[in-house]
Design a protein around this ligand. Structure first.
Ligand SMILES: Cc1ncc(C[n+]2csc(CCOP(=O)(O)OP(=O)(O)O)c2C)c(N)n1
Ligand SMILES: [Mg+2]
Length: 324
């Protein structure tokens, strides 16, 4: 982890052991990632066949858990089409998320959103945007409202992908945030893929963080598959934004383990690169940090999976919305 130094994913160091986090927070962050993984696996296996199109964040759970845990209740959050992890990390109820995806009345948006447009006012989740860069277009407005309104102590966190960063709106949002001194945490989950296109084909270098220095933003590249590294960087960035009122960018280097959406056979993916990234799985690394045996991890996974299966079953039994 270093400011604006740009290691390639394969050069990133192994997860540090014995950092400032206590064993119980390390353990609870593992559980939070397991919950996201179990929720998305349940969607893949049980929900997606009849509701195709879901975009999962399998392999990117550390980004969601590490960043969202650094935010306070007064902060706002905007997310993109891979939003389940961000929502669950923010405390969303898996049953209501399933209900939303399944079009049930008890879903967070009354079943009208599906997975791609969820907002949860009570959690400060302003928007899930399926329009790539949609969150970036709105984040300056949300942060300006916070700054001028009743929440001057709040900040806005906006999650977006490397593909969104290749759009013009990214540069507009960064420009406005820097010029107007808006309290925004830009979180780029650089997962190497932009739908079916590898980021090598659309980016001049490996990292988005390089592009914002001209606007005077502090930008940091972090190992996005190490939840403790992500969390430490996010805590620091959030504190600096609150203190200075100025925006910052975190670029989380990670990998989309599954396809663009479900189903997707990933025939276009390089098997070697995919295999290398599987070895950097964020859940596995956190389990290693806790020195869990394979059996211990399997037991924890099973416990989380049981709760997720129950949530899915309850959502399936929930009523459909009334037609107006
Ligand atoms: C404005 C716009 N253009 C294209 C699309 C189709 N599309 C959906 S996701 C996506 C890739 C986005 O890549 P990235 O921002 O890196 O996010 P990731 O899917 O990797 O999480 C594309 C091209 C869209 N939804 N909106
Ligand atoms: Mg991407």
């Amino acid at each position: 982890m270093s400011t604006n130094t740009l290691p390639t994913p394969r050069e990133l160091p192994a997860a540090p052991v014995g950092n400032a986090a206590t064993a119980s927070t390390v353990s609870s962050r593992l559980d939070a990632m397991l919950q996201i993984r179990a929720y998305e696996q349940q969607l893949i296996v049980a929900a997606s066949p009849s509701n195709p199109g879901t975009c999962t964040s399998v392999g990117q759970e550390a980004c969601a858990v590490g960043v969202v845990a650094a935010l306070g209740p007064q902060d706002k959050l905007l997310t993109n089409h891979r939003s389940a992890g961000h929502l669950l990390a923010r405390g969303a109820d898996p049953e209501r998320l399933f209900a939303e995806v399944l079009g049930r009345a008890s879903g967070y948006c009354g079943g009208h959103s599906g997975s791609l447009h969820i907002s949860v006012k009570a959690l400060g989740v302003v928007l899930t945007s399926t329009i790539v860069g949609g969150g970036l277009s709105l984040a300056p407005g949300v942060a300006l409202a916070q700054k001028l309104g009743a929440q001057p102590e709040g900040i806005t966190a906006v999650f977006f992908g490397d593909g969104a960063a290749c759009q013009g709106i990214f540069h507009e949002a960064i420009n406005l945030a820097a010029t107007w001194r808006l309290p925004i945490l830009f979180v780029c989950e650089n997962n190497q893929w932009q739908a079916y296109v590898h980021r090598r084909e659309t980016m001049p270098g490996e990292h988005v963080a390089d592009w914002v220095q001209g606007h005077g933003l502090v930008a940091e590249v972090v190992d996005g598959n190490d939840v403790e590294a992500v969390h430490a960087a996010a805590v620091q960035a959030v504190a600096a934004i609150r203190d200075s009122g100025r925006p910052r960018l975190l670029e989380l280097t990670t990998y989309r383990q599954r396809g663009h959406f479900e189903p997707d056979d990933q025939a276009y993916v390089c098997a070697t690169e995919h295999a290398q990234w599987l070895k950097r799985d964020p859940i596995q690394r956190q389990a290693e940090r806790l020195m869990l045996s394979a059996d211990d991890l399997a037991r924890r996974e099973a416990g989380v999976r049981g709760a997720i299966e129950q949530a899915h079953a309850a959502a399936l039994a929930a009523p459909w919305p009334q037609l107006a």
